[in-house]
Design a protein around this ligand. Structure first.
Ligand code: SF4
Length: 365
């Protein structure tokens, strides 16, 4: 298979770890306001220590939108996040993803041509007005589809408000690509997962349902999921409650419904951080989200016991591709006067339609 990512050059490969960090720091000083580094919470520590801003995808998207004077944005995250930053910034700004193979498996589960085919099948089956909503963890082309069809974007932090918005505007909500986020939030809003929701399997005609079922079901959930959050289980929760009866369990809503239901709390990455920081000293937390964030929470809250709900590694393998060496390489190129490496550019038509969908979300706040 051909790699999207060019190999790191020898002069970067040969540096010691200390020299890599020194090169990043020196390059940052030389570049000043010419660049900003955004770091997602799931990034490695060796990368996050150099970030000017850290956050989840919504927070970083907002920061990118509000940086009109910064020509170079280096997005240490995954592909859809860099796309979102490109959509939200001006044509004079460029966005780089330090490793082009840092994708998102969940986003890849909802290809826009499959969504388009499903949409037309549903209409042919006699469905009423459909309002599409996509989680921000999706490709720019799907965001554009949603924008063109009267829908919007949500994040794990605002999904309830966005779904509420969609449900008053249509007879059906079509939610992409994360079935678990959609199911967990709709259930918390009072909908019955068995009777009010269906799971749309893109490999089957009509998602695997009869036309009658499609017409009579309010919420359609696309069959996508996050492989990282799928690794948390009900068994782990039951075991931990026996071993540590005082434990408080907090999980991301990308976890399955049985896990979210059995946890004490469920929330977005930013909500998890706030809940743990606000808890009294001595609290024992088991956290159901990506490993780097859980380890950082443990480091930053030494007065609490913080562990991963899954005792084995649950890391986002694609997010983890970006290393300090990639960052050093991108910055060094800029210092040498070369164009920004690994630019992520969304075409104008896709960008305009995606922007419509994103602005609908921003206008809800
Ligand atoms: S943690 Fe899951 S949803 Fe997030 S970037 Fe990785 S694969 Fe995608």
């Amino acid at each position: 298979m051909t790699s999207l990512q060019p190999a790191l050059p020898d002069h970067i490969k040969k540096l010691s770890d200390d020299d890599v960090h020194r090169l990043i720091a020196e390059s940052r000083t030389k570049l000043g306001s010419q660049c900003v580094i955004l770091g997602h919470h799931y990034q490695r520590d060796e990368v996050i220590r150099h970030a000017d801003h850290t956050g989840d995808s919504l927070k970083l998207a907002r920061i990118a939108r509000d940086l009109p004077g910064t020509p170079n944005i280096i997005f240490c995250g995954v592909h859809f996040m860099a796309e979102t930053a490109d959509i939200l910034t001006s044509p004079q700004q460029q966005v780089s993803l330090p490793d082009l193979e840092a994708g998102c498996e969940m986003a890849d589960m909802a290809e826009t041509w499959d969504v388009d085919a499903a949409w037309h099948e549903a209409l042919a089956a006699g469905a009423g007005k459909i309002v599409p909503v996509t989680y921000i963890n999706s490709k720019a082309s799907l965001k554009a589809f949603v924008g063109d069809h009267g829908g919007t974007i949500c994040t794990s932090g605002n999904a309830r408000e966005v779904i509420d918005w969609a449900l008053v505007r249509g007879e059906h909500l079509f939610f992409f690509p994360d079935q678990h986020l959609g199911r967990n939030i709709c259930k918390a809003m009072g909908f019955n997962p068995d009777t009010d929701m269906l799971l749309w399997d893109p490999k089957k005609p009509l998602g695997g349902h009869t036309p009658e079922k499609i017409r009579n079901t309010r919420i359609w959930l696309w069959q996508g999921h996050c492989p990282v959050h799928a690794l948390f289980t009900l068994h782990q929760i039951k075991k931990l409650r026996v071993e540590k009866p005082a434990v408080k369990i907090i999980v991301h809503p990308e976890c399955s419904m049985e896990v979210a239901d059995a946890a004490d709390l469920s929330g977005s990455t930013e909500q998890i951080i706030k809940a743990i920081e606000a808890s009294p000293s001595g609290t024992i937390w088991a956290v159901g989200t990506e490993k780097h964030l859980v380890e950082r929470l443990a480091q930053n809250n030494p007065d609490k016991e913080i562990l991963s709900l899954n005792p084995y590694t649950c890391l986002c393998g694609t997010m983890n591709r970006i290393t300090a060496r990639h960052l050093a390489w991108v910055l060094d190129d800029l210092v040498q006067g070369r164009p920004l490496r690994n630019q992520i550019t969304v075409d104008e038509k896709t960008s305009l339609s995606s922007r419509v969908a994103l602005d609908r979300m921003f206008n809800l706040h």
